[in-house]
Every structure is written in structure tokens, then in C-alpha cells.
Design a protein around this ligand. Structure first.
Ligand SMILES: Nc1ncnc2c1ncn2[C@@H]1O[C@H](COP(=O)(O)OP(=O)(O)OP(=O)(O)O)[C@@H](O)[C@H]1O
Ligand code: SF4
Ligand SMILES: [Mg+2]
Length: 338
């Protein structure tokens, strides 16, 4: 069930300096066997401010991981950025070159992924793994790296950090290992963090602790965060603004309160209805759509096949993203009334 219990951070409280990350008209494509390419991200615009936690929600295949990895200059192979710009503090990451980008990854830009076992070296004590990142990226001596690693272990609330420094990954629980992955991602205090589905698979209590931790770390260090999830409910507790993505396109984007109390896009409401206790509401919004055939591939609304409100225009004309209220945009010909 959705709830807005956590204290929202007022939009005005966010920094008004230029965005940390500013994506414009980003298009990412995958080549196909037929020789044509399929578009995983289509002309996407998005910017995230200092200290902001931005939630990106979408079903499987929406393009979330493709976006996350493209932001760090690592689109999943054989994908490639076909167009657009990704600016980090004003620098165009697509044009600075692989060497410069490699130096920035882990230090300025960082990513947390969901499977800690695949991220950690099974043969190396976890403390060494955190220290290595600090030494390579910050150039600090061993003693300073150890101090930073210990500080990080305390920040991610690992009990008895001195002793855990020497633990091998398999000696830790899944939740503990995920905290180590977060410690590695954050030890250099990166100014932009992408969390891609980082808490899925953890039990609810551990998940809640990790979310609280991410929120505190973003607040304390002023980092900007892109928090990616399939679970719209999580964003209600954590995120300042939220966007819903479908087929590589943003369908709706708004500040948290507007997003949850005044959603305008049928797709957002369908995702929310899946959480609703009210059976009628759930059935109304998740029922099959009327059979409308798109006029031509790529010309219809991306939600056409499932939208309970679809009309003939939706099959013939792709809706553009329109601003319906300050900071609240939606891609729909027939926005749901407030
Ligand atoms: N390596 C790849 N080769 C070809 N197509 C890919 C590849 N990776 C992703 N895609 C395509 O790009 C689209 C987006 O996939 P992506 O993994 O980004 O989705 P996602 O939103 O992260 O899904 P999930 O919630 O399951 O993680 C999908 O249509 C997928 O088939
Ligand atoms: S444009 Fe039409 S099909 Fe698309 S979300 Fe709006 S009403 Fe539904
Ligand atoms: Mg993914």
C-alpha cells in the first residue's frame, strides 16, 4: 500500500544551482538481426539537482538499466548511444573520452547494482576492496584508505567494523554484502549515484534499512541520486521527484506529492492501482484495453495496448510530453482530470 509517511523534503529545499546531471534528447539503440536497430531509450530529457533523490519507475524492459549504464558511459553491449547529451556538472560525458570517464567512475559517478555477490571479489577481504577504491581514485595512502573504509562501514551500519574489514564476501549475509557494495560505491563521496534495483531481493526489514541509509547519505553528502526501481511504492518513501518510464520514454514526471496525490497519466495510475486495496479500482485500471491497432509502428502512444482510456487518436498520433502544472509533465492526449 502506498504511503507518504516519510518526511518529504520540500522542492525549495533542493539546491537551485545548475543540475548535477543533465540529460537531453538521449537515444540509445540496440542493433537487431534484421540489420535495423531497436530503440531502448528515445529522446529522453532529465535533470537531477544536487542533493536530490530522483525516482525512476518502470516495468521490466522499460529501459531503466540501459539508461543507468549509459549515464556511466557503459551501455549494455551491443547497445550504443545514438544521439543526445549527458552533462555531468556541465561536462558532456559522451565526448570527454573513455580515459577521463574511467577516472570519474567510482570517484565522481557511481552505481549500485542488485547482486552484491557478482560485484565483490570472492577472494579478497571486504575491507581491502573498499580501501582499493579509495586508494585508486583518491590517491590516498594505505592508512588513510583504512580510515575511510572504516568510516564507510560505520556509515552503512556494519556491526563490529574493525573485525568485518577482514571478512570474505561469503562470510556475510546478503544484506550485509549489499551494504559493502554501497560502501564501495560511496567511499569516494561521488556527486552522482545511480542505484539500479539495488534493494530487490532483500527482505523487507533490510530493504527499509538500506533505503534509510541511502537517504541519509545523499542528505549528508549532498550527492544527487537516480533511484531506479520496479516498485512504485518504494519511491513514495524515498524520492523527491519521480518519473514513470515505458518503452524507453518518460510517461509522467512530477514532484513526489503531485505524483502520488494528483497523477495525470493513465499509465501511472495503472501502476499505482496494482497497489490499491480497493478491488474495483484495481480492476478498473488494470483491465484490458479496447482493441485499437496503431496506424503505423512508432506512431501510437506507447501505452495504447493496455490503456483503459485509449481512443482512436491514441492509435494514430504519438502523444508528446506536455507540462500540465509547474514541474509536472505527462505524455497523454487525454490527461486524467485532477
Ligand atoms: N544486451 C542487450 N541486447 C539487446 N537488447 C537489449 C540488451 N539489454 C537490453 N536490451 C533491450 O532494451 C530494452 C530495455 O532493457 P533494460 O534492461 O534496460 O530494461 P529494464 O527497465 O532495466 O528492465 P528490468 O526491470 O527487467 O531490469 C529491452 O527491450 C531489452 O530487450
Ligand atoms: S494517449 Fe491515449 S493510450 Fe496513451 S495514455 Fe493517454 S489515453 Fe492512454
Ligand atoms: Mg534493469
Amino acid at each position: 500500500m502506498l504511503s507518504l509517511e516519510a518526511e518529504p523534503r520540500a522542492a525549495e529545499a533542493l539546491d537551485t544551482t545548475p543540475p548535477v546531471i543533465d540529460i537531453s534528447a538521449l537515444t540509445v539503440e540496440f542493433p537487431t538481426l534484421s540489420g535495423r536497430s531497436s530503440t531502448a531509450i528515445r529522446e529522453l530529457d532529465l535533470s537531477i539537482a544536487r542533493g536530490e533523490i530522483f525516482g525512476l519507475v518502470g516495468e521490466s524492459g522499460a529501459g531503466k538499466t540501459t539508461l543507468a549504464r549509459s549515464l556511466l558511459g557503459l551501455p549494455p553491449a551491443p547497445g550504443r548511444v545514438a544521439a543526445g547529451e549527458i552533462r555531468f556538472e556541465g561536462q558532456d560525458l559522451l565526448r570527454i573520452g573513455e580515459r577521463a570517464l574511467r577516472r570519474m567512475r567510482g570517484r565522481d559517478l557511481s552505481m549500485i547494482v542488485p547482486n552484491p555477490r557478482s560485484e565483490l571479489n570472492p577472494l579478497l577481504p571486504v575491507g581491502e576492496q573498499i580501501m582499493t577504491v579509495a586508494r585508486v581514485h583518491l590517491g590516498v595512502p594505505r592508512r588513510e584508505a583504512r580510515r575511510l573504509a572504516l568510516d564507510m562501514l560505520r556509515a552503512v551500519q556494519i556491526p563490529d567494523p574493525e573485525r568485518r574489514m577482514a571478512a570474505l564476501p561469503h562470510e556475510l549475509s546478503g544484506g550485509m554484502a549489499q551494504r559493502i557494495v554501497i560502501a564501495i560505491a560511496l567511499v569516494c563521496s561521488p556527486r552522482f549515484i545511480v542505484s539500479d534495483d539495488a534493494t530487490s531481493g532483500l527482505d523487507v526489514t533490510v530493504q527499509a534499512q538500506i533505503l534509510e541509509l541511502l537517504q541519509r547519505l545523499a542528505a549528508d553528502r549532498g550527492s544527487a541520486m537516480l533511484f531506479i526501481t520496479r516498485d512504485i511504492g518504494i519511491t513514495a518513501h524515498l524520492c523527491d521527484r519521480i518519473a514513470v518510464m515505458l518503452n524507453g520514454e518518460i510517461m509522467e514526471l512530477a514532484a513526489r506529492e503531485d505524483f502520488f496525490f494528483r497523477p495525470r497519466n493513465p499509465y501511472t495510475i495503472t501502476l499505482m492501482a496494482a497497489f490499491a486495496h480497493n478491488e474495483g479500482l484495481r480492476r478498473l485500471w488494470t483491465r484490458s484495453a479496447p482493441p485499437l491497432e496503431p496506424a503505423a509502428a512508432g506512431r501510437a502512444c506507447p501505452f495504447l495496448a493496455r490503456c483503459p482510456l485509449a481512443q482512436p487518436r491514441c492509435a494514430a498520433e504519438r502523444p508528446a510530453l506536455r507540462e500540465l502544472a509547474p514541474g509536472h509533465v505527462s505524455r497523454c492526449h487525454f490527461p486524467v482530470p485532477r
